[in-house]
Write a protein that binds this ligand. Structure first.
Ligand code: SAJ
Length: 424
């Protein structure tokens, strides 16, 4: 199959790197996003998100004329949809997936579809979302045929190929990772494989759209369950006065044990979200997956309780001080190290609650977000350390791991190290 022009819908953490990597293979790529600021930034050759190496490839792709961004969809030979799949707001704690972004993206590209086009859903989705997307496309374009009614003879090919790249390593993983290709029919898988072969060096493995959807949810649930195990261990160890970091290091010496790292909770819009897509579909059966979510979601409150405990201790030690005199510094707001992404961030949640609860000074440090363009009134990290009575390490950013910072932190009276960063 020939893909001369490829359109990527949604230029966020997945869509933009994907568009840029395809463009780096000298294919014409049209990026579409509703965010005018993102579109303008990309067309200048700049990026609006933090991801290592991305700036260089976007800059090159735009300057060489292979990548262009727009707010209006244009005809192309293949469309990759990489838009968010959050929860429905009105369902509160039911965690029901909200497919409205996928629906909006489908309806926007429908008018420009032509015979022979390929539509790929990359967004992490509940099982059945790809079939639903194909139904929306068919409804909008009754003049074209789709795989759900015409099988391998359809005019339009549809597949689900979930993105599986790790934020912070996206550019490398996009190329190196194996790719699960879930076509609605065998021909759909074939077309999608041909597209990914343009830039994927890993293996492209074909399956059905539903299995591909479930595979993605399974991968993230697997990680969530394993992190929940580590988080539960950290709470147990704290209670019985054992270093969880040493414990895990020792247990991991066993050839078949590989425990992940505890932290302040699980964030990001993938691992903290995707397992719920399984739970919401099969609530009776997904008991372990639900419990893991609850353990991880409960960890921020545990950290907040630790902070209260430490503040209480300081007041006992220094009876002439009040809570107002105690300065707490929160190190890191992003959901994990070396990125600027605040989505579902447990660090941000903890920092926000502490800011509300603690009557004294609360300093927020996030080196990956510009102090001038942030709503969070950020403080320089050295300044925060020198003022703080209590430092809470919420994210193990590389800046915090530098020798100078670690040394300074070790001189602070109380450090709550949720990442084990100062261990050893
Ligand atoms: N975390 C821990 N302990 C660990 C590992 C992670 O507390 O040992 C926390 C992180 O701090 C973070 C959260 O878990 O808050 C998630 O981070 P992550 O690095 O595990 O994963 P994500 O969300 O950045 O990316 C995941 C990846 N999935 C898997 O590794 C199975 C990635 O490959 C997916 O493409 C991505 O989700 C996605 O988009 O779904």
């Amino acid at each position: 199959m020939n893909f001369n022009t490829i359109s990527v819908i949604g230029l966020g953490y997945i869509g933009l790197p994907t568009a840029a990597v395809i463009a780096s293979r000298r294919k014409q790529v049209i990026g579409v996003d509703i965010n005018q600021h993102a579109v303008d930034t990309i067309n200048r050759g700049d990026i609006h998100i933090v991801e290592p190496e991305l700036d260089i490839i976007v800059h090159a792709a735009v300057k060489e004329g292979y990548l262009r961004a727009t707010t209006e969809p244009e005809p192309a030979d293949a469309f990759l949809i990489a838009v968010p799949t959050p929860f429905k707001a009105e369902n509160g704690n039911d965690h029901v997936p909200d497919l409205s972004y996928i629906e909006a993206a489908s309806r926007t590209i429908a008018p420009v579809l032509k015979k022979g086009d390929l539509v790929i859903l990359e967004s992490t989705s509940p099982v059945g979302a790809t079939e639903q997307m194909a139904a929306w496309l068919a409804e909008a374009r009754p003049d074209l045929t789709f795989p759900q009614t015409h099988g391998d003879d359809s005019n339009i090919r549809v597949a689900h190929c979930p993105e599986r790249v790790l934020p912070g390593h996206v550019v490398r993983e996009l190329v190196e990772n194996d790719r699960v290709i879930g076509g609605m029919t065998a021909k759909c898988s074939e077309a999608a494989t041909a597209l990914y072969k343009i830039f994927v060096e890993g293996e492209c493995i074909t399956t059905t759209a539903r299995t591909a959807e479930m595979a993605k949810l399974t991968e993230n649930s697997f990680r969530d369950v394993n992190i929940a195990f580590a988080n539960e261990l950290s709470i147990i160890c704290d209670k019985i006065d054992i270093s969880v970091w040493e414990l895990i290091r020792l247990a991991n010496r066993h050839p078949r044990v590989n425990i992940l790292q505890p932290g302040p909770g699980v964030g990001g819009h993938c691992i903290a979200v995707d397992p719920w897509f399984i739970v919401s579909e099969t609530p009776e059966e997904a008991r372990l997956i639900r419990t893991a979510r609850e353990v991880n979601d409960g960890k921020p409150q545990w950290v907040i309780d630790k902070v209260k405990e430490v503040v209480g201790k300081i007041l006992v030690e220094s009876p002439n001080r009040t809570e107002n005199d105690i300065t707490v510094a929160c190190f890191g707001l992003a959901f994990k190290a070396d990125i600027d992404d605040l989505r579902e961030s447990p660090a941000l949640k903890i920092a926000t609650i502490i800011k509300k609860l603690h009557p004294g000074k609360v300093l927020l440090v996030e080196p990956n977000i510009g102090r001038e363009d942030s709503d969070y009134n950020l403080t320089d990290m050295y300044e925060a350390i020198s003022q703080a009575d209590v430092v809470i390490v919420l994210v193990d950013h590389k800046q915090f791991k530098e020798e100078k910072t670690r040394k300074m932190m070790k001189n602070v009276s109380y450090v709550i190290d949720t990442r084990g960063m100062l261990e050893g």
